[in-house]
Design a protein around this ligand. Sequence first.
Ligand code: SAH
Ligand code: DHB
Ligand code: MG
Length: 220
Amino acid sequence: MTQRMWTDVDQYIDNLLIGRDEALDHALEASDKAGLPQINISASQGKFLNLIARVHGARKILEFGTLAGYSTIWLARALPADGKLITLEADPHHAEIAVGNIAAAGLADRVEVKVGKALDTLPTLTGEGPFDLFFIDADKVNNPTYVRWALDHSRPGSVIIVDNVVRSGLVLDAGSTDPSVVGTREVGALLAAEPRLSATMVQTVGNKGYDGFAFVLVDS
Ligand code: SAH
Ligand code: DHB
Ligand code: MG
């Protein structure tokens, strides 16, 4: 089993179940053209997030890490007309590209891009919660803080999804000094210890390599 096969199978899935999508394809093209890194979620993962948000009936979504707005568009499309998604992005250039992509997707009325480090912008969100769904996909070192913040601004039934919790298996390295790995392992410990949360992690392969996400339900 190789990266080549994972990519080909993702292509097969995309052709079969997703196909061309003007707004999403444009978002990726604009992202590439602006020189942003290709670290967005895949199309099949984006559709999966969209379906989770719809199954959940999410009306308020908070995203950490916007990049060019690719995952933002998938998630915001799941919202009802009066729903809202707030997405946090530290890099003003990324945010500028994202704002254009979100507007081109016809979602400007439902999405707010907050520019600044999440640790600085989170305190401005008081009064916006509780959120129904969180997608945490920014700087992994701060993930424990983001998960705790999410729990504090959730309700029973809220869902927290954390991207990149496997990183090609790097998460196994208990002695790692890589701050991303340390942050990811701390999230694991937090999820295991927190009695108000039920959590699992699912490993994934695809055109973005070998990784995984955590899926967390706020029980109480
Ligand atoms: N969710 C996006 C990908 C996000 S990539 C998608 O799937 O389409 C991670 C993003 O987090 C980058 O744009 C990076 O600039 C941003 N980021 C990094 N550190 C951050 C911080 N402290 N606060 C907010 N955003 C941050
Ligand atoms: C990176 C970040 C991500 O959120 C991701 O999904 C893949 C890679 C990165 O920073 O390398
Ligand atoms: Mg990610």
